[in-house]
Design a protein. Structure first.
Lengths: 473, 1174
C-alpha cells in the first residue's frame, strides 16, 4: 500500500488532509459495519424496493418473449428509424457502465485513494449496467435466434463476420469490457469474501462464501499476488474504459448519416459516459449510504469529488453540443446544418431542450461548494443527468435518422408500450441486481478502505486517541 | 377421380423389413400417424374451394385446342398429367408467356402475361401490338409499358374474397339451379317484353354481335349501358362535332409539339387512346443523340445535342387538382372543373373559331385570360403539330370545342387520328337514366323492366347517382347479376353469378385504334366464374351455347381430345374472328394461331375518317359561375388512382400504392388547396369535414395539397364500401351519396364544416358513408391520421430531383451536375482504394457485366406503374393501413414527389440581386419569403415544408427511388454479419439467410431504400384484428397466436424465382437479380465452350423498366458498349443523387428539362425549382 504524503516526507507543515474515513473509525468498526449489511436482516425499504424490481424483471422477460415470438414490429421502429429506444437504451446503459471501471482502474492507477469507498459498488453497478445494455443489441435484431452469427465461430459456410462493421467492433468491445470488468471486480472481492466467510457460522452460507473466496487466507503470498494482479488488471481495464464508448460512438461516427457522422463523437461519448456513470453512482450510493449508515466511509468529500467530475464532464459534453452546432453551420453542408436545425427546432426539439438543460445547465450548480455538499442538491442534479443522458442518446439516434438526406423518406418514430416496458424492465433488472448485491456482497471494499486508514500507515502515531489501534485485517 | 395414397404394403413374401420401429409394433398411435402422414388428399390447401389438385386440374384443363405448335395455344385437356411427370412445355421455374389484352375504357391494353406452371403471375404490355409501336426520330420503336391498374390486375384473380359461388337471393346456390332457372326463363321469355340487359363499356366485337343477336331474339328487350366512368360525354361531343357516333379518336402525341390539356389527365387516369405517355415522352427529349464514336477498348463515346425550343414539345395543362399531367406540364393553370368550359371558349375565340362569340366567357381574372391567350398564340404557331385534349369528365360542349379547335389547328390526321368504327359494332344503348325510368312502376301498375340482366362491372346499388333509388326500384324485378365481387348488387340480386377474370375467359377486344385482339384465358376460372360473353350467350338459348359441337373442323377436333365442351365464348370469338377476315384453316401457322401468339390480328384497325366536316359549336345556356368562396364550394368526384370507380377496392396492391399526387393509401380524402384548407379553419390533415351538396351530406377527412383550384374539393369515389372483401372493408369514405344524375362529375354550391367532435352513427344513418365497425356503428372521429407514404412535400433546398429550363440547358448542358452540394464542395478524395490485391478495381471484377440504371426525370411522370410491377415481380407483401401509418410500407421503389413554389424562388432571387445598399428593400423581401414559409408551416402538417406564396406558381416533380446499388455502399460496410455484399457484376446483394436484422444498413443508407420485415407480412394476415383477452389488436401483433394468411391462394401469384422473405430480414431492390441471372445463364448456355459469355445488347430488363410507360428507366450493362444505359449515362443531364456522400451510386438520374414559354404569366421561373439550391 502506498503510504505517506509529500508533506510528511519533507516535513513541511501543511494543512492536514481531509481524512478519507471520518471519526477515525477503527478497522474493526469497518468490518462490523460492512459485513453487518450482509449478515443482518435487510430493512423494510429493501423489500419495498426489491419487490417492484422483481415485477419489472418479470415484465422484461415477458416483453422480450413477445418481441422474439412476434417480431420487431411490436416496437415502434419504422423505415427511416431502424433504431429507436433499443439502441438509445443500449448506449445509455453502456454509458452508465463507465464510472465503475473508471473509478476502480483509472483512479487506482492515479493513486486516488478516495476511490476505495465507492469502487466496489461502482464496479457492481458497471456490471449490471452492461448486462442491461447487452440485452438491447442482442434483442433488437430481427432474428434473435441467429444472433450467434455475430460470434466469430468457424462455420460450414466459411462466412466470417464483417470486420469493417462498427457494430461488430461493438460486440467485441462490450464483451471484452464486460469480461475484464467481471474479473477485476471479482478479484477485488476475494479478501472481503474471505472475511465474510470467516465470520459465518458453518453451513451452506459459509460453504458458498468459501467457494467464492477461492481459499483466500490473507497470507503475504496471497497479498503479493493479489496486488500485482489487481494492478495489472487495472492497467488492462484502463484503456477499455476509453475504448468501449469510443467504439460505441463509432456506430454512429463511421456512418454517413448527418448528425452521426462526426469526429467529435469518441471524446464526447467517453466524457458523456463518465458523466452519466458518476451520476448513477451518486444516485445509488447516496441512498445506500443513508440507509446503511455509511456516512463515515462515503464522506462528503467523496460526493464533492464526484460532483466535481460531473461538473467537468458535463461541461465537456456541453462544449461538444455547442461545437456540433458550430461545425454544422461552419461546414457549409446543408444536410449537416439541417440535421442540427431539426434537433433544435424540429419535431423532437423538446428532447433536445431537455437534454441541454439536464446535461449542461443543471451540473453548473456544482461551481458552488454548498451545492456539492448538499446531498439533496447533488441527488437532484444526478437525477437530471441520468435523464439527460438518456435524452442525449435519443436525440442523437432518432432525430438524425428520422430526417436524414431525402425528405421523401422522412417519417417520425414513436415508441410502443413494449419498448417502454422493456426499458422499465431493465431499470428493474439493474436496481434489483444492485439490491441483491447489497444483500449478498460487501458493498464497500473493506480491505482497501482499511488500507487507506491512517492506522495502516506504519508511521502512523495516533496523537491522543487509542481507539484506532488493534484490528488486523 | 381422386386417388388415395396408401402407405405401400410390405411384400407378402420374402424377407420382411420394417421401415420403422413403429411399424413393427403396429400400435394404434402408429396407425394414426400413418394416416396423418399419408392422408387422402392431404396436400389439399384445406378449407378453400381451390385445392392443389383442383388447381392443377384447372390450369391444366384450359379449353382445348388440339396440340398445335404455337406456344400461345392452350394445353389440351386430354393430356392432364400430374407434375410428377413433367407437362409438355413446362419447366418448373421457367415462365410461359401468353399474349392477351385487358379491357379498358378506351378499348384495351394489349398484354403479354407471364405464367409459371399454369399460374399467371405478371402482366406486361405487348410490344408487338401496333398500338404500342410508333416512329421516333425516324426509327420504329415499341414499348411494353403499362399502367399500374394493368400491373395490379393479376392479383384480382387470386383474391380470396372474390365471388366464388352462385347466389340466389343472397344465399349460396349452385350452377345447376341457375341452369334450371335459365331454362324456365328462356321458355317464358318470348319476345323479351319487360327484359332489360345492362352492360358495361367494352370494345368487344363479339359482345356487339351477341347484343345484336339478342336484339333479334328479343325484339322488345331493352339494352342499357352503365359505368360510372364512361365515355358518354366524349362520344356525345364528337358525335355533335362530326355527326357520327362511330368516331374513334387516337391522339398521336409523338407528333405534337404543342399540347394543351383541358382537364385531360392523358398521362395518368384519362384513357384517351393510343399510347399517350410514350408518345408524349418521345417529344419530350431535350437532347438527341448526335453521334456515337467508337473509342478505345471497345467503349463508345456518345455525343448529345440539345434540341431547339421548337423541336421539344410543350405542355399546357388546365386542371382543377394536380394530376400527373399537370405535374409534367410546363405551364399549369388551376381552375375549377366547371370553369374549364370557360377556358375552352376563350381558347376557341383566340384561335378564331367561329360561332363562339355569343357567350361572354367573363369571370376569369386577368392573369388567367392572359395565360390562355399566350398559350393560344403558341398553339397557333404550330399548325398540324398542336393538339388540344379534353378530359373525360368534361361536358360534351368542351369535347366539341376541342374538336373544333383541333380542326382549326390542323390536328386532324396529324396529331389526332380520326377513325371510324364498323357500323355493326356501334350499338345504341340506353343510359342509366332510362333504366331508372323503366324500372319504376308505370301507370299501368307494371314496371317497364321485370327482368334485368346485368353484366356491367359497375355496382348499380352502390355507385349509381344518388337520386336513383335502385334498391327500391329493383324490388319485384328479377335481377340477374354477373360480377367479380360480392358487392351490394350481388347480394341484392335474384341470381348472382361469379364472373371470370379477364385472364380466365375467352373474349376479344379492340384497342383504341381498332386493332383486334383475342383475349385468351391462362387458367380456367379459379372459382368457376362465367365471362360476360358466356352469360349473354346463354340468354340466346341452348342452341347458341351448344354451337360448339358442329361449328367446324377445329371444334370437332378439340372436342375429340376434350373431356368437356369448349367454352361457348371461344366459339363465338372464333366466329367473330372469321367475320373480321381472320383466315382459318386446319393446322399450325394459321392467322388464328398467329393472332393468339402475337396478341392481335394485323390490319384489323378502324378505317381512317377522311376529311371530316366539323359542325360549329353551340353553347347552351349561361356558363356556370365559378365557386365564390367557402360558402359555395365546388366538389369534384374524382376517379381514384387506387380503386378507380370502386371496382378495385379489394386489391391490396392498389390500396397500398400511394396516390400519384396525394401519396395517400388505404382511403380517400377531400383534397383542397392550402388556401381553402385554411379558409375552412382546418388545422391538420385528417381532420373531418361534413360536406353538404345537392341536399345530401357526407363526411371526409380533409387533406391540403398545394395547387388545387381554390374553393374546390376533390373527392375520390369508390371507397367506404360495405359489401366487399377484407382488403377494401373499412377503407375510406363513400362519395357516391353526394352525386346525382345531374352532377355526375362535379357539383357546385357545396358547403363544408369542420367536425368538432367524434361522432358515432348508426349503420343505416343516411349520413354514414363509411363501413361500420364490428358493433354495427359507424365511427367518424374528428381527426384520424391519414396513411400517407410521404409526409414531407419539399426538397428542403437539397437539389435532389434536379430540373432546368430548356434555355438554361442550352446555355450549359451540364448545369445539373453543379446543383446543390455538388456546386460548391470539392470532390471526395478517398484514401481507400477500392481494389483487390492484384490491383483490379472492385467495379471491374466481372469484366463482362457491370449493371447500372438511369432514370430520366424528364420522362418520369410519376405514375407508379414501376412500383406495382416491382410488387408483382418481387413478391412484395402488403402491410395494411396500420403499418403504413407507422411508416413500414415495403415497396422497393418509392416515388418521392416534391412541390416547390417558384414564386418564392423569384423573391429570393430578387432579394439576392437587390443592391446591398438597398437594405430596406432587401430586408423586406427576405421578410416576405420567411413569413410565407412560416405561414405555411405553422398552420398544419400537410403542406409541411412547402413555403407557399402563390399556389398558381407551383411545380411538382417526381423521383422514383430504389436501391442505388452504390459501388461504395455504406450499407455493406456496416453489416456486422456480411449479409449485404457486393457481387462481382456490381449488384448490391442481400443474403436473406445471413441477415439477422440489425437494421444498421437501413440506417446508414443515405437513400433510405432498404425495407425491413418488421412482421411476417408474407405469412400472417396484416389486415384482420385478433382478440387477445380484453384487447383487440392488429393480427400482426398477435404473433404466434395470430391468423395466418387469408388464403393460400394468394401464394399462387408469387414469382417462384424470387425468395419470399420472412420476418426479421432486410430487403430492397435487387435490380431484378433473377432476370439478370436468367440472362447470364442463357448467355453461358449459348456460349457453349467459348469465353464469350457476355449477355446481349439490352438483354436484361428489370420489371420496373419493362412496366414504365414513359421508358424513363433504363437498365443495362456498363461493359456492353452498345447498351442504351451507356448512352444515357453519357448524357449531359446525368447526375448522381447525394454525390457528396461518396457512395458512387450505380443508379443515376437525368435532370428534368422543361420547355417553358417565358412569355407566359409566371413563366419566368418555370423549371427553376433547384436553381438556387446549394
Amino acid at each position: 500500500m502506498p503510504n505517506g504524503t509529500t508533506t510528511e516526507q519533507t516535513g513541511i507543515q501543511a494543512l492536514p488532509r481531509e481524512p478519507l474515513v471520518l471519526r477515525q473509525r477503527s478497522m474493526n468498526w469497518i468490518t462490523n459495519r460492512i459485513c453487518g449489511i450482509v449478515e443482518n436482516r435487510q430493512p423494510l425499504l429493501w423489500w419495498l424496493l426489491f419487490l417492484p424490481c422483481a415485477a419489472l424483471m418479470g415484465m422484461l422477460a415477458f416483453c422480450l418473449c413477445y418481441l422474439v415470438s412476434t417480431g420487431v414490429g411490436v416496437w415502434g421502429n419504422n423505415h427511416p428509424v431502424g433504431w429507436g429506444w433499443a439502441i438509445t437504451n443500449f448506449v445509455f446503459w453502456i454509458g452508465i457502465g463507465h464510472a465503475g471501471t473508471l473509478i476502480s482502474a483509472i483512479l487506482f492507477l492515479t493513486r486516488q485513494k478516495w476511490r476505495t469507498s465507492i469502487n466496489r459498488a461502482a464496479e457492481a453497478m458497471t456490471l449490471f449496467a452492461v448486462m442491461c445494455a447487452g440485452i438491447f443489441p442482442a434483442f433488437h435484431v430481427g432474428r434473435f435466434w441467429m444472433v450467434y452469427f455475430l460470434a466469430p465461430i468457424p462455420n460450414a459456410n466459411s462466412i466470417w463476420q464483417n470486420f469493417k462493421s462498427a457494430l461488430l467492433w461493438d460486440v467485441f468491445a462490450v464483451s471484452t469490457y464486460f469480461t475484464v470488468s467481471v474479473i477485476f471486480w471479482y478479484l477485488g472481492l476475494l479478501p472481503d469474501l474471505a472475511t465474510i466467510r470467516d465470520r459465518c457460522r458453518a453451513g451452506v452460507r459459509k460453504a458458498l462464501y468459501g467457494i467464492f473466496a477461492l481459499g483466500w487466507r490473507g497470507s503475504n503470498r496471497h497479498w503479493r499476488h493479489y496486488e500485482m494482479a489487481y494492478l495489472l488488471l487495472a492497467a488492462l481495464s484502463t484503456p477499455l474504459v476509453l475504448s468501449v464508448h469510443t467504439v460505441v460512438s463509432f456506430d454512429f461516427a463511421t456512418s454517413v448519416v448527418p448528425g452521426w457522422h462526426t469526429t467529435i463523437f469518441p471524446p464526447y461519448f467517453v466524457a458523456g459516459a463518465i458523466f452519466g456513470g458518476f451520476a448513477m453512482v451518486l444516485t445509488l450510493m447516496i441512498p445506500a449510504r443513508a440507509v446503511y449508515g455509511l456516512h463515515d466511509l462515503i464522506t462528503p468529500k467523496h460526493i464533492d469529488n464526484m460532483a466535481k467530475i460531473i461538473l467537468l464532464t458535463g461541461s465537456i459534453v456541453g462544449y461538444a453540443y455547442i461545437m456540433e452546432l458550430f461545425v454544422a453551420w461552419y461546414s457549409g453542408n446543408k444536410y449537416e446544418a439541417a440535421a442540427f436545425a431539426n434537433r433544435t427546432s424540429g419535431h423532437y426539439r423538446y428532447y433536445y431542450y431537455a437534454m441541454f438543460f439536464c446535461n449542461v445547465i443543471s451540473p453548473q450548480v456544482f461551481w458552488f461548494s454548498w451545492c456539492r455538499h448538499n446531498v439533496w442538491m447533488v441527488m437532484a442534479v444526478a437525477m437530471c443527468v441520468n435523464a439527460g443522458m438518456w435524452y442525449e442518446r435519443f436525440v442523437i439516434i432518432i432525430t438524425s435518422i428520422a430526417q436524414d438526406h431525402l425528405p421523401g423518406a422522412w417519417d417520425f418514430y414513436r415508441a410502443s408500450w413494449v419498448e417502454k416496458w422493456t426499458f422499465a424492465g431493465t431499470l428493474g433488472l439493474f436496481l434489483g441486481l444492485f439490491l441483491l448485491f447489497l444483500r449478498f456482497l460487501p458493498v464497500i471494499a473493506m480491505s482497501e478502505v482499511k488500507g487507506v486508514l491512517p492506522q495502516s500507515n506504519p508511521h502512523h502515531h495516533p496523537a491522543n486517541d487509542d481507539r484506532a489501534g488493534g484490528g488486523a485485517h | 377421380m381422386k386417388r388415395i395414397w396408401h402407405h405401400p404394403q410390405p411384400p407378402a413374401t420374402g424377407k420382411r423389413y420394417w421401415r420403422s420401429l413403429g411399424e413393427l409394433e403396429d400400435r394404434p398411435e402408429f396407425r394414426g400417424w400413418l394416416e396423418r402422414e399419408f392422408p387422402a388428399g392431404a396436400s389439399e390447401f384445406g378449407g378453400d374451394e381451390v385445392s392443389r389438385r383442383n388447381f392443377i386440374r384447372l390450369m391444366g384443363a384450359s379449353t382445348a385446342l388440339a396440340g398445335l405448335g404455337a406456344a400461345s395455344c392452350r394445353r389440351p385437356e386430354a393430356y392432364i398429367v400430374p407434375f410428377a411427370h413433367n407437362v409438355e412445355w413446362t419447366t418448373p421455374g421457367k415462365p410461359v408467356l401468353y399474349a392477351t389484352a385487358m379491357p379498358r375504357l378506351d378499348g384495351c391494353t394489349p398484354l403479354v402475361v407471364t405464367s409459371y406452371e399454369g399460374r399467371p403471375t405478371k402482366v406486361d404490355g405487348n410490344p408487338l401490338h401496333p398500338g404500342q409501336r410508333f416512329a421516333e426520330d425516324g426509327e420504329e420503336k415499341s414499348t411494353s409499358g403499362t399502367d399500374h391498374f394493368t400491373q395490379a390486375s393479376v392479383l384480382d384473380i387470386y383474391d380470396p374474397d372474390r365471388s366464388r359461388s352462385f347466389l340466389n337471393e343472397g344465399i349460396p346456390s349452385d350452377p345447376s339451379s341457375f341452369d334450371g332457372y335459365l331454362e324456365k326463363w328462356l321458355a317464358e321469355a318470348g319476345s323479351g317484353n319487360g327484359v332489360g340487359f345492362l352492360v358495361g363499356e367494352t370494345s368487344s366485337p363479339t359482345r356487339a354481335r351477341i347484343i345484336r343477336d339478342l336484339k333479334i331474339r328479343y325484339p322488345e328487350a331493352k339494352f342499357y349501358r352503365y359505368e360510372v366512368i364512361n365515355r358518354d360525354e366524349a362520344r356525345a361531343g364528337w358525335a355533335a362535332a362530326l355527326g357520327s357516333e362511330r368516331i374513334a379518336v387516337v391522339p398521336r402525341l409523338e407528333r405534337a409539339k404543342r399540347i394543351l390539356s383541358l382537364d385531360c389527365d392523358f398521362l395518368g387516369m384519362d384513357r384517351v387512346g393510343g399510347n399517350p405517355v410514350r408518345g408524349f415522352v418521345s417529344g419530350r427529349r431535350a437532347e438527341k443523340l448526335a453521334g456515337v464514336h467508337d473509342g478505345e477498348d471497345g467503349h463508345k463515346t456518345y455525343e448529345w445535342k440539345p434540341r431547339g425550343e421548337d423541336e421539344m414539345n410543350r405542355l399546357y395543362a388546365v386542371e382543377a387538382a394536380y394530376s400527373v399531367t399537370g405535374g409534367m406540364a410546363d405551364h399549369r393553370l388551376r381552375m375549377p372543373l366547371s370553369q374549364v368550359l370557360r377556358a375552352a371558349l376563350i381558347l376557341a375565340r383566340e384561335l378564331g373559331v367561329e360561332g363562339v362569340e355569343e357567350v361572354e366567357p367573363a369571370g376569369l381574372n386577368v392573369e388567367r385570360v392572359e395565360w390562355l391567350k399566350t398559350a393560344a398564340a403558341d398553339l397557333r404557331r404550330f399548325p398540324g403539330e398542336a393538339l388540344v385534349l379534353a378530359g373525360t369528365r368534361q361536358p360534351a360542349e368542351v369535347h366539341h370545342l376541342a374538336a373544333v379547335i383541333n380542326e382549326k389547328l390542323g390536328a386532324f390526321g396529324e396529331t389526332l387520328q380520326l377513325l371510324e368504327a364498323p357500323e355493326n359494332e356501334s350499338i345504341p344503348f340506353l343510359g342509366v337514366a332510362d333504366l331508372w325510368r323503366d324500372l319504376r312502376t308505370g301507370e299501368d301498375g307494371q314496371k317497364g323492366i321485370r327482368t334485368l340482366i346485368s353484366t356491367t362491372p359497375a355496382d348499380l346499388l352502390y355507385d349509381a347517382p344518388d337520386n336513383y333509388r335502385f334498391r327500391e326500384a329493383l324490388e319485384g324485378v328479377e335481377f340477374v347479376h354477373l360480377g367479380m365481387n360480392r358487392n351490394l348488387s350481388a347480394l341484392a340480386a335474384t341470381w348472382h353469378i361469379p364472373a371470370a377474370h379477364y385472364l380466365e375467359a375467352w373474349g376479344d377486344l379492340r384497342s383504341s385504334d381498332g386493332t383486334y385482339s383475342v383475349t385468351q384465358p391462362l387458367i380456367l376460372p379459379l372459382y368457376g366464374g362465367l365471362s360476360e360473353l358466356d352469360l349473354l350467350l346463354r340468354f340466346l338459348g341452348p342452341e347458341e351455347a351448344a354451337v360448339a359441337s358442329d361449328e367446324g373442323s377445329w371444334a370437332t377436333n378439340a372436342a375429340a381430345v376434350s373431356t368437356e365442351a369448349p367454352s361457348p365464348a371461344l366459339v363465338a370469338v372464333r366466329k367473330t374472328f372469321e367475320e373480321l377476315g381472320g383466315e382459318f384453316s386446319e393446322g399450325a401457322g394459321t392467322a388464328w394461331n398467329y393472332a393468339l401468339r402475337d396478341g392481335f390480328l394485323p390490319r384489323s384497325g378502324y378505317v381512317p375518317l377522311e376529311a371530316p366536316a366539323v359542325a360549329p359549336v353551340r353553347i347552351r345556356g349561361p356558363l356556370p359561375e365559378p365557386p365564390a368562396g367557402v360558402d359555395s364550394l365546388e366538389i369534384a368526384f374524382q376517379w381514384d388512382s387506387k380503386v378507380y370507380d370502386g371496382r378495385f377496392v379489394n386489391n391490396g396492391w392498389l390500396q397500398e400504392t400511394p396516390d400519384m399526387v396525394t401519396s395517400l393509401t388505404w382511403g380517400n380524402a377531400a383534397v383542397m388547396s392550402v388556401a381553402t384548407f385554411k379558409a375552412l379553419g382546418l388545422k391538420r390533415d385528417g381532420q373531418r369535414i361534413r360536406v353538404v351538396v345537392n341536399g345530401r351530406s357526407a363526411y371526409f377527412p380533409a387533406q391540403a395539397i398545394p395547387g388545387v383550384a381554390d374553393n374546390c374539393l376533390m373527392v375520390a369515389v369508390g371507397y367506404g364500401q360495405t359489401a366487399c372483401g377484407e382488403v377494401g372493408y373499412g377503407a375510406g369514405f363513400d362519395a357516391y351519396p353526394l352525386r346525382t344524375s345531374e352532377t355526375t362529375y362535379f357539383a357546385r354550391g357545396a358547403t363544408a364544416e369542420v367536425i368538432e367532435e367524434d361522432l358515432i352513427l348508426e349503420a343505416d344513418d343516411p349520413e354514414a358513408n363509411r363501413a361500420p365497425d364490428r358493433d354495427g356503428k359507424v365511427r367518424v372521429a374528428r381527426w384520424e391520421e391519414l396513411a400517407l407514404t410521404q409526409e414531407h412535400n419539399s426538397m428542403e433546398g437539397r437539389a435532389l430531383a434536379r430540373d432546368g429550363g430548356l434555355d438554361e440547358f442550352h446555355e450549359d448542358p451540364e448545369f445539373s451536375r453543379y446543383r446543390g452540394m455538388d456546386s460548391h464542395i470539392p470532390e471526395n478524395i478517398s484514401l481507400y482504394k477500392p481494389e483487390t490485391k492484384d490491383g483490379t478495381p472492385f467495379n471491374e471484377l466481372d469484366r463482362n457485366h457491370q449493371w447500372a440504371m438511369t432514370i430520366d426525370l424528364s420522362a418520369c411522370i410519376g405514375c407508379r406503374a414501376c412500383m406495382m410491377a416491382c410488387q408483382a415481380e418481387n413478391n412484395i407483401p402488403i402491410v395494411g393501413r396500420e403499418q403504413v401509418l407507422i411508416g413500414r410500407e415495403m415497396a422497393w421503389i418509392r416515388m418521392d414527389r416534391y412541390f416547390a413554389d417558384s414564386g418564392i424562388a423569384e423573391l429570393e432571387e430578387e432579394a439576392e440581386h437587390t443592391a446591398p445598399e438597398d437594405h430596406a428593400k432587401r430586408k423586406e423581401l427576405k421578410k416576405t419569403v420567411k413569413s410565407a414559409q412560416k405561414a405555411a408551416k405553422g398552420t398544419s402538417n400537410p403542406q409541411r415544408g412547402v413555403g407557399l406564396l402563390n399556389e398558381d406558381h407551383l411545380e411538382m416533380i417526381t423521383q422514383p427511388l430504389a436501391c442505388q446499388h452504390c459501388e461504395s455502399a455504406s450499407c455493406e460496410t456496416v453489416c456486422p454479419v456480411n449479409a449485404t455484399v457486393h457481387s462481382d457484376d456490381g449488384l448490391n446483394a442481400m443474403a436473406y439467410n445471413r441477415c439477422i436484422g440489425t437494421r444498421y444498413c437501413a440506417n446508414n443508407c443515405p437513400y433510405k431504400a432498404r425495407r425491413f420485415n418488421y412482421f411476417d407480412y408474407n405469412k400472417r394476415n396484416p389486415l384482420s384484428r385478433t382478440k387477445v383477452g380484453p384487447f383487440e389488436v392488429g393480427n400482426l401483433y398477435a404473433g404466434p397466436f395470430g391468423e395466418k394468411l387469408r388464403s393460400d391462394v394468394l401464394g399462387l401469384q408469387k414469382n417462384p424465382n424470387v425468395t419470399v422473405r420472412m420476418r426479421g430480414v432486410m430487403e430492397k431492390c435487387t435490380y431484378c437479380v433473377q432476370r439478370v441471372e436468367t440472362a447470364k445463364i442463357a448467355a453461358k448456355v449459348a456460349a457453349r465452350g467459348s469465353a464469350d459469355v457476355k449477355v446481349g445488347v439490352d438483354a436484361v430488363r428489370t420489371a420496373c423498366q419493362q412496366a414504365c410507360p414513359a421508358e424513363a428507366i433504363v437498365f443495362g450493362n456498363l461493359r456492353q458498349p452498345a447498351d442504351t444505359v451507356n448512352a444515357m449515362k453519357a448524357s449531359p443531364r446525368n447526375y448522381e443523387v447525394l454525390k457528396y456522400v461518396g457512395n458512387r451510386p450505380r443508379t443515376t438520374y437525368l435532370a428534368r428539362i422543361k420547355n417553358p414559354n417565358r412569355e407566359m404569366p409566371g413563366g419566368r421561373h418555370v423549371g427553376q425549382m433547384t436553381k438556387h439550391m446549394h
